[in-house]
Design a binder for this molecule. Structure first.
Ligand code: FES
Length: 113
């Protein structure tokens, strides 16, 4: 029997956030998230979650999430909530979501904006 080093008895996370870390070449037909600072943002979010002592929440880099024009983009499961992390308000809303599970719908990604 394999023992989990973190003491977990079942797989998965309470909340799981994917932040796009994709890079496209300059002049590409679509923008990409890494040149907009998504990796630095992801590192800051991970540190914030760790320092807050939040357990069973995972923040990690993903490939392109195909909502490139709204990036840096993030999706949180199990809710399937999307964020365009373009200002401090959306970043704070994501952090609040990850820490509490509460979603502020006014701060989630709207594709018509
Ligand atoms: S490059 Fe980030 S969503 Fe496509």
């Amino acid at each position: 029997m394999t023992l989990d080093p973190k003491g977990r008895t079942s797989p998965g996370f309470e909340r799981h956030a994917f932040i796009c870390g994709h890079t496209r070449a300059e002049g590409a037909a679509r923008p990409s998230c890494e040149p907009k600072g998504s990796i630095d943002l992801m590192r800051a979010l991970k540190m914030n979650i760790r320092e807050a002592g939040i357990k069973n929440v995972r923040v990690q880099k993903s490939g392109c999430l195909d909502h490139c024009e709204y990036g840096p983009t993030c999706v949180v499961y199990p809710e399937g909530t999307w964020y365009g992390l373009t200002d401090d308000g959306t970043i704070q809303a994501l952090l609040h979501h990850l820490k509490t599970g509460e979603v502020d719908d006014s701060m989630t990604l709207k594709m018509d904006e």
